[in-house]
Write a protein that binds this ligand. Structure first.
Ligand SMILES: [Zn+2]
Length: 137
């Protein structure tokens, strides 16, 4: 068998070109698969981000509404003194305090109910008691 140098060079060139092309095709296919996977992930993340923004907006609105309700429930002008809340009235304070434990701050009653100053204040809603320790001035 007699192969001249030109034929050998052509054969080598053929192997290099076709070998490189095959390797290159494998790389391109791999990169295409990676790109497709990344594109799918990007779409999923965009959807997730969209949903999270909507949830965040909804939660922000709920928080604002809850804060507004809390402000409405907080005692306006009630002053803490001796473990209970007192409402100012005519330069002094009302005779009976309001419950500091209940969100609606109902009026408490004295125990015993009759007579002068009570021994303690009691809430008829939650049962909270506070010893009578004088009145605010
Ligand atoms: Zn109460």
């Amino acid at each position: 068998m007699n192969i001249d140098l030109t034929s050998l060079n052509l054969l080598e060139k053929f192997i290099v070109e076709h070998g490189s092309a095959a390797v290159m095709q494998v790389h391109i296919n791999f990169l295409r698969e990676q790109l497709t996977a990344l594109d799918r992930q990007m779409t999923e993340l965009k959807t997730e981000a969209f949903n999270l923004k909507a949830t965040n907006k909804n939660l922000t609105l709920q928080l604002q509404q809850s804060e507004s309700k809390i402000r409405q429930l907080q005692p306006v002008g009630l002053h803490p003194f001796a473990g209970v809340l007192w409402k100012p009235s005519g330069g002094g304070f009302e005779r009976t305090p309001y419950c500091p434990q209940c969100a609606s701050h109902p009026v408490m009653f004295g125990q015993p109910p009759m007579g002068g100053d009570p021994m303690l204040w009691q809430c008829s809603v939650c049962g909270f008691t506070a010893d009578f320790s004088g009145r605010p001035r």
